[in-house]
Design a protein. Structure first.
Length: 179
């Protein structure tokens, strides 16, 4: 469902339509789930933006959080000195700037810029998802060259990478550990 945002006074009002996977929490915070690596919380009441890892905290998640807040900092949405780690493990947060005009809304401007950031990042996480789907498909339905039917593997006297009866094989020194 698209979101319509009106910015400016009634005479110079501009409409912006955004399509985001967004929900409103019980306290009125907006939770944005569109990004592939992070979830973004826009809290108008606390005047801050928080980015949480979606699944597992990693360098990829930190990079996405860093790019988000660098994007918002360059657009003048967040205070650069307020970007810091959040109260939750792996979270990153920043406070929003106070608008210089009364008819501008910091949460609305932040929502527009978050949507633009997600649109810039979308090709990256769609490519990662497509690659993962392709890898799963290769494992589930392998090509004829990469697979053999049951019983087609030829038998040999010596087969495999672990050769028996050598001094340095993994099983020869086991008797010393049992004493």
């Amino acid at each position: 469902m698209p979101i319509t945002i009106r910015i400016g006074d009634k005479a110079n009002q501009a409409k912006v339509k955004l399509e985001l996977d967004i929900r409103k929490s019980l306290n009125g915070d907006l939770m944005i789930f569109d990004h592939g690596d992070i979830d973004i919380i826009l809290s108008a009441s606390k005047n801050k933006i928080v980015a949480f890892p979606k699944d597992v905290l990693s360098d990829v998640v930190y990079g996405a959080q860093n790019r988000l807040f660098a994007h918002l900092m360059k657009k003048g949405i967040v205070l650069p000195e307020s970007i810091q780690g959040g109260a939750f493990y792996g979270a990153m947060e920043a406070k929003m700037e106070t608008p210089y005009k009364e008819d501008l809304s910091a949460p609305k401007m932040a929502l527009i810029n978050i949507s633009r950031f997600i649109d810039e990042e979308r090709p990256y996480f769609e490519a990662v998802e497509m690659y993962n789907d392709m890898e799963d498909d290769n494992l589930i339905h392998p090509d004829k060259a990469d697979s053999t039917a049951l019983g087609e593997v030829p038998q040999k006297a010596k087969q495999g990478s672990i050769q028996q009866n050598y001094v340095r094989d993994p099983y020869s020194m086991g008797m010393w550990y049992q004493m």
